[in-house]
Design a protein around this ligand. Structure first.
Ligand SMILES: Cc1cc2nc3c(=O)[nH]c(=O)nc-3n(C[C@H](O)[C@H](O)[C@H](O)COP(=O)(O)OP(=O)(O)OC[C@H]3O[C@@H](n4cnc5c(N)ncnc54)[C@H](O)[C@@H]3O)c2cc1C
Length: 438
């Protein structure tokens, strides 16, 4: 019998794979709901189901696509035909980064960069360098790496910096260059890997409920509201302890929780170790407007990357969702790692609201007061530990030796050179079959 601790995407995927291979599994989840960071909830004011923040996918998410296919829910994701990135800046207005589908991506990127206002051959040379020139050391930061190749400031500002925040969820000053370059190579490998996708219904409906239904059909017990506080051994078998109960006896235990939760569970969360498990937040300001047209993205892509704006991404959630019947237009401004942006870190809800209204108004070419007047509701969601950062774990978040033999560590804990924490990595971590000893 195998215990899985955590019912986010990692734990639920692990349960599915193992049960389908004939293993007996039981899942333990601390929360009321399944899905962890990819669960939705009802905003009672508008009576709409929303996610904490919009989640984007790219074509290189192979494990995710395989899972969607297995669950027969491919239609819950809308994919671009080929990558198109709508961008917006105060001076230059809206424009697209849109490589032609008629050329291989490696070639199509260059004319696409040249078509972006103010870009020229220096941007192209910079793009080539990011593919060819490896960081000098495993701990080089993105900032230092770009400096060694004299990357053009406009290429950094329009492309590399927003991509770094969006994918690594931290600033270039600290993000690891080896992982970032790997990510660029993986995502821009070809047209299929580079295209973007988005869930066209709230995450719980789109992926968590279908997973849950499949697990129920396989009769897998899922124990909610059960925070596992401690693990112990009786002979070679594991006992799981919640505050009031013991659960046993398990041959193996899969940890499908973020690294900081693992440290707490294994009682290794010393102040020293806490410093080593670095996380960053994501801030999402959801807004609902009366009688507002779709976000002007100049494409069918329902979001815009902001350049020189305080919000980094501007989503039109109403346009993203299929069968949306709410007459209010739901928009969302996203800021990755606001704690890395010194001038923004201390902002309060009212400040963020003012910023969002001003920046959405500029994108819509409207007067901010007029837009403010149309705003029926807003909701700030600041997910404090949105992702665990790529980092080296010198003092380890290691499992004590006495417990280690049957514990399978699938915690979110990306190491240097690995890809950053995403849905794709969670689903990949859930593939634990090969690690099970029968
Ligand atoms: C706002 C936001 C935006 C994001 N945007 C994107 C995006 O655009 N694209 C993308 O690919 N990824 C994105 N991510 C990242 C992605 O959501 C996560 O990497 C992924 O969901 C992690 O899944 P997980 O199962 O590993 O962890 P989690 O979802 O955190 O699941 C862990 C579960 O374990 C439970 N748990 C913890 N401790 C215990 C315990 N002791 N006992 C029992 N249960 C426990 C928790 O309650 C939780 O349900 C975003 C994340 C956030 C927060």
């Amino acid at each position: 019998m195998i215990a899985i601790i955590g019912a986010g995407l990692t734990g639920l995927t692990a349960a599915l794979h193992l049960a389908e291979s004939g293993h007996q599994v039981a899942v333990f989840e601390a929360g009321d709901h399944l899905g962890g960071r990819t669960r939705s909830f009802v905003d009672t004011h508008t009576q709409t189901t929303i996610d904490h923040g919009p989640h984007l996918l790219c074509g290189a998410y192979h494990a995710t696509r395989k899972l969607l296919n297995k669950l027969e829910i491919e239609s819950n994701v809308t994919w671009q035909a080929h990558v198109t990135l709508p961008l917006w800046e105060h001076e230059r207005g809206g424009f697209l980064f849109s490589p032609s589908a008629h050329l291989p991506l490696a070639l199509a990127i260059f004319p696409a960069v040249l078509r972006m206002p103010e870009h020229g051959f220096r941007s192209i040379l910079g793009m080539i360098a990011t593919q060819c020139r490896a960081p000098t050391s495993p701990i080089t930061t993105v900032h230092a790496w770009l400096k060694t190749m004299h990357a053009h400031p406009l290429l950094i500002r329009d492309f590399l910096e927003p991509l770094c925040f969006a994918t690594m969820n931290e600033s270039m000053a600290t993000a690891n260059a080896v992982s970032f370059q790997r990510l660029l190579k993986t995502a821009f490998h070809n047209h299929d890997s580079a295209k973007l996708g988005w869930f066209n219904r709230p995450l719980t409906d789109a992926i968590i409920t279908p997973l849950q239904c499949r697990l129920e059909a396989l009769q897998i017990p899922i124990q909610r509201r059960t925070s596992i506080r401690k693990l112990s051994l009786e002979g070679k078998r594991y006992i799981l302890h919640s505050q009031s109960k013991r659960y046993g006896h398990f041959d193996q235990v899969i940890l499908a929780i973020p690294a900081y939760a693992k440290a707490r569970l294994l009682n290794t969360d010393t102040p020293d170790q806490k410093k080593h498990i670095q996380t960053r937040s994501i801030l999402n300001l959801h807004l609902w407007f009366k009688e507002l047209a779709p976000l002007p993205t100049q494409s069918t892509t329902p979001f815009i990357g902001g350049l020189g704006t305080q919000g980094q991404w501007f989503f039109d959630i109403s346009a993203q969702m299929v069968g949306e019947s709410n007459p209010l237009r739901h928009l969302c401004m996203v800021v990755s790692a606001p704690e890395d942006l010194a001038n923004l870190a201390m902002h309060r809800h009212a400040d963020w609201l003012k910023i969002a209204i001003e920046e959405f108004a500029a994108i819509y070419a409207m007067n901010p007061d007029e837009l403010q007047f149309k705003c029926a509701h807003h909701r700030l969601i600041h997910e404090k530990r949105a992702t665990v950062l790529v980092q080296e774990y010198q003092n380890g978040v290691d499992i004590p030796e006495a417990l280690a033999h049957g514990i399978i560590d699938r915690c979110e804990q990306p190491r240097i050179g690995e890809l950053p924490a995403t849905i794709e990595m969670a689903i990949q971590r859930g593939d634990t079959n090969a690690l099970i000893t029968s």
